[in-house]
Design a protein around this ligand. Structure first.
Ligand code: PLP
Length: 431
């Protein structure tokens, strides 16, 4: 018997290894690279440092690893029954992040962000959330480190997915539907579009506005930024080791769903590290919903992270800061932009984008649930669908890894709709 895979002691920073450095974030007013002082009203000091770090490895503070112990290392599972169901010669492994207390990978960065804010003496954090996965992860983390949390939740999800709101409230968080009348940005949108379903971009504006106005408050983002991606690398660092412990030298292809890009980047970057150091030829597939296809249909340019233009300009694949996607069930994938670090690796050729339709993704999720017993989050099902399609075409064995970013136990109403045949196809709904 081999030793169990330990929880990583350091996060991996791909920026240190890439042949071309990632473009800097720009100040929204001056369009000059942002300085730590520009970011100080919004983010904890250690997070600002990590955002621009060129260190290859950054130590994970012991109190964070202590909390990680509740669910890490997260399992890497050989999906044999799923392989059989597909009739593929591939060996398929899933890295399962649904074992965290709130059921997704988002706790990996939530715990780190709450910890660093507590270190700075911050007493309140504001944030946005879509389906509520990020809000509940941060609510859990803020409860751990004694910080108040105020969440703006995209209205479509606030109304259709109340259970994660209840979870946020159970951990002590306060939740507002976005757009809300509580902020300048929210009031402006409500005046122009009273019936808007909301978007993550609008909710970010509201949370940023409130944090910027309060010296004891900071803002936290659940995806996209470099420090978030950094924290998520625990996924891939574990997976690379676990795959070796399972007797596999390398992965041929890694599939992950991409909303803001953090779970995929967190899983993929340690695999790309192996490629960059000449030890593997692993290809990475970033699977996005056809309804919000920032990599496959967006432009690669500087754009704002939010609707009001309060956040730094980020060089990324984007559908534009005003893009409001259809209210699809994979709420965590409804963001107009893609993590700058992930976008950069796409541009350098290490990652390929692929769009998957919502119906196809639910069909794969149901097939997976029946084969493996885990009901995947609708977000994760996009990666499963892309992997299934690829695996079915193989005639030779390959090693495939799927990032199973979360479970779908709070998304069962959407599964029910799918099984009733009530989900509409989202192909072509891009404009
Ligand atoms: C939030 C979320 C996503 C999308 O966010 P990324 O930053 O792209 O990882 C995917 N899956 C689940 C389960 C989520 O909660």
């Amino acid at each position: 018997m081999s030793e169990p895979t330990p929880i990583p002691t350091h996060w991996y920073n791909i920026a240190a290894d890439l042949p071309v450095p990632p473009p800097p974030h720009l100040h929204p007013g001056t369009r000059e690279p942002v300085t730590p002082d520009d970011m100080a009203p919004l983010f904890a000091s250690a997070l600002i440092e990590q955002e621009a770090s060129t260190e290859q490895y950054i130590e994970i503070p012991e109190p964070i690893r202590e909390v990680y112990k509740t669910w890490r290392p997260a399992p890497l599972i050989r999906a044999r029954e799923f392989e059989k169901a597909l009739g593929t010669p591939a060996r398929i492994y899933v890295k399962y992040e649904g074992v965290s207390p709130v059921g997704s990978h988002k706790t990996n960065t939530a715990v780190a962000q709450a910890y660093y804010n507590a270190q700075d003496g911050i007493t309140k954090i504001t944030t946005e959330t879509g389906a509520g996965q990020w809000g509940s992860a941060l609510s859990f983390a803020c409860a751990k480190f004694g910080i108040d949390l105020e969440v703006w939740q995209v209205r479509a999800s606030y109304n259709s997915k109340p259970y994660r709101r209840f979870l946020m409230e159970t951990y002590g968080g306060t939740v507002h539907p976005s757009p809300s009348p509580l902020t300048e940005s929210g009031r402006k949108i409500l005046a122009e579009h009273p019936d808007t379903p909301g978007s993550l971009g609008i909710a970010v504006s509201e949370a940023v506005e409130v944090a910027a106005a309060d010296p004891n408050a900071r803002y936290a983002l659940g995806s996209v930024l470099n420090h978030v991606v950094l924290h998520q690398t625990v996924i891939g660092l574990e997976a690379v080791e676990q795959l070796r412990a399972a007797g596999e030298e390398n992965a041929d292809v890694v599939f992950g769903c991409a909303g803001g890009g953090s779970n995929l980047a967190g899983l993929a970057f340690p695999f790309i590290r192996e490629v960059l150091h000449g030890r593997a030829t692993t290809r990475i597939m970033a699977v996005e919903p056809a309804a919000c296809p920032s990599i496959t249909k967006g432009e690669y340019r500087y754009d704002h992270g939010d609707v009001a233009g309060l956040t730094p300009l980020l060089k990324m694949h984007t559908l534009g800061q005003d893009f409001v996607p259809d209210p699809i069930h994979a709420g965590g994938l409804r963001y107009h932009g893609m993590a700058p670090l992930l976008s950069h690796t796409v541009e350098l050729g290490y990652v390929t984008g692929q769009a998957v339709d919502q119906t196809e993704s639910f069909a794969a999720g149901v097939l997976f649930a029946r084969a493996e017993g885990i009901v995947p989050a609708p977000e994760s099902s996009h990666a499963i669908a892309a992997c299934a399609e690829y695996a079915k075409r193989l005639t030779e064995p390959e090693v495939l890894v799927i990032g199973l970013s979360g479970h779908g136990m709070l998304d069962l109403p959407a599964y029910h709709e799918f099984m009733q045949g009530n989900l509409v196809s989202t192909v072509g709904d891009v404009s």
